[in-house]
Design a protein around this ligand. Structure first.
Ligand code: ASP
Ligand code: MG
Length: 401
């Protein structure tokens, strides 16, 4: 008998009918002989509604009590699902994070899992029960209920799978992971598999199918993840350790992000002390910068560009005023209509010429780029947002993604 952890997200359990439907799927799987641990999210947008309730009674809700409140969302789903299963003749037990032995740090609303007393779950499995665990929650060393941060049920599921040494299946409202967002490129192909490293590069760049923390955990403990549509009717995507066949693809995916703006500081006196000062102040102001570029010095001056989240614009303007008082000659240019486009692929590690192909696509299609950065398996460009669609189509066609 093999064990599997499954996770059903909020949209998969948003109504009673959907919970009944999932119960039938679980019954079928149990009958086929699998041991099931099932992690559930809160029904639909319950978590948002609970946060709204808290905001109605307090402008700054106490975080400890917020965790008390938010953890109830997942408890409702787990109890209802267990009841439904019993009703159709399958023994099940609903557990809170605490009852499932999930221990976290004592940090409210964004706790990390420290360990799981997995025997609690194992004992219920031995009794041949389907174990339903409320996702997104645990207990700290002082016995307080904690939550793991938004989207945290993915992490609950992967952590349980790591402890049980079994695979993790995540069921959601999309068919799996696509090489490109089908909303931008309708011909996008669903991936049969993707490596942890590629998924991490893509997740942090905006492919929001699975919580990044969960992929990091899966990668660390080598938990194979399968992401698929909650009906189980079409095949999904495996996120797993690299094997030889996976390395063949040069480009696995392409992501875009419109969340950043590009700041250029012109006429900075070319002295490492000045450059160091600017980036130190950015760090002190907690502005999370990304792509950095600098022109060659001309008459002792350089221009420095970097990207930063759009919502840090006010902070950047404040910094600019401060810099102008210190460095008289500087001029600032902020461009808001920029898009970051990234291509990701393990094959880049061994195959050359990917950047050259991309430059050719940009040149043939008259797409100007402003900055380029690379990692071992990723190349990112900043381009004007007006060129985004053209760039995505041309790259996706060329690399068949
Ligand atoms: N219910 C929580 C949220 O909406 C956790 C989760 O669904 O993963 O963020
Ligand atoms: Mg989610």
């Amino acid at each position: 008998m093999s064990t599997v952890v499954q996770k059903y997200g909020g949209t998969s359990v948003s109504t009673i009918d959907k919970i009944k439907f999932i119960a039938k799927l679980l019954a079928k799987r149990k009958k086929a002989g699998d041991n099931l641990v099932v992690v559930v999210s809160a029904m639909g947008n319950t978590t948002d509604k609970l946060i709204e309730l808290a905001n109605n009674v307090s402008t700054n809700p106490s975080k400890r009590e917020l965790d008390m409140l938010l953890s109830t969302g997942e408890q409702i789903t787990s109890a209802l699902l267990a009841m439904t299963l019993k009703d159709i003749g399958y023994d099940a037990i609903a557990l809170t994070g605490f009852q499932a032995g999930i221990k976290t740090e004592d940090k409210h609303t964004r706790a990390s899992i420290l360990d799981i007393e997995i025997n609690k779950v194992k004992n219920h499995l031995k009794e041949d029960k389907i174990v339903i665990v409320a996702g997104f929650q645990g207990i700290d060393k002082n016995g307080n209920i904690t939550t793991l941060g938004r989207g945290g049920s993915d992490t609950t599921a992967v952590a349980l799978a790591a402890k049980l040494n079994c695979p993790c299946e995540i069921y959601t409202d999309v068919e799996g992971i696509y090489g490109v967002d089908p909303k931008i490129y309708p011909n996008a192909k669903k991936l049969d598999y993707i490596s942890y490293d590629e998924m991490l590069e893509m997740a942090s760049l905006g492919a929001k199918v699975i919580e990044t923390r969960a992929v990091e955990l899966a990668s660390k403990y080598k938990v194979p993840i399968y992401i698929a549509l909650n009906t189980g009717s079409v095949s999904g995507t495996y996120i797993k350790e690299l094997d030889e066949s996976m390395e063949e693809k040069v480009i696995t995916g392409l992501t875009t992000s419109d969340d950043d703006l590009m700041v250029t500081i012109n006429n900075v006196l070319y002295d490492i002390k000045n450059i160091c000062y600017i980036f130190n102040r950015l760090a002190e102001m907690d502005i999370n910068i990304d792509m950095i570029s600098q022109t060659a010095p001309i008459y002792g001056y350089v221009n420095i560009s970097f990207t930063a989240p759009k919502d840090s614009k006010n902070l950047i303007l404040k910094l600019v005023d401060e810099l102008k008082a210190k460095m008289k000659d500087i001029e600032i240019d902020i461009q808001e209509n920029i898009t970051k486009i990234s291509v990701v692929g393990l094959g880049m590690r061994t195959q050359s010429g990917v950047a050259a192909k991309l430059f050719k696509i940009f040149s043939d299609n008259n797409i100007q780029f402003k900055q380029v950065t690379t990692s071992e398996i990723r190349i990112s460009y900043t381009i004007n947002t007006k060129d985004k669609e053209k760039a995505v189509f041309k790259i996706a066609e060329e690399f068949n993604i």
